[in-house]
Design a protein around this ligand. Sequence first.
Ligand SMILES: [Zn+2]
Length: 251
Amino acid sequence: MTQTVTVTGMVLSSAPIGEFDRRIVLLTKEKGKISAFAKGARRPTSHLLGIVNPFSFGEFTLYEGRSSYNLMQGKITNYFTELREDVEAAYYGFYFMEFAGYYAKEYTDETESLKLLYQSLRALLNPHLSNRLIRYIFELKLITVHGEGPQVFSCLGCQKQEGTFAFCARRGGILCENCRKGEPDAIPLDNSTLYTLQYIVASPVEKLYTFVVSDEVLKRLGKILKRYRDVYVDQKFKSLEMLELVADMKD
Ligand SMILES: [Zn+2]
């Protein structure tokens, strides 16, 4: 039994196979993360040529074979070509795609992470937003849409909602002055950083890239996200190492 299906998604990665073919990994709304074989996609005359590039977003028609998908055609609505002209932004983009791919599996519902990925790549093209802020927003939101976001609205120890808090990655959220005793590594939070965390966790994806923060808050967010990733994400991303070389930044 074989059949043709059309899915909406984005090419996360693309690898050459044999002499003329490619294997691509797609993040799709309908089928989660899948890989597909693109026969002849490296021939200069192939109708699949641009379609199989990373970042290509649109509709993909696949032939569902016995053991794998075969890409038949694609209708790309955004190639994100501008990303390729900005090396640093492109590396951020590759990191976002690798991170999104880490959580996604076949048949998981990736509607939210696909939307997040798309909006985050668009944000990288906005000259008014810092790439580092986009990165921290993307990281926190991606972890949150996969159910592992931190508790940032009340103290994990006593449920208190008012007062001064610190962020404890190990416990997975915020602790009040009283409850943070015994957690010397907790990162003290100012109001702006706390509000930023709350906004990212609670806002719909469409509203995420609508604000800027001070350098101070940006630095603190970087520290918080690094600790949080260390606890919740058990994978080193190659693209992140590359990004940190290119962007000359360590958090
Ligand atoms: Zn407390």
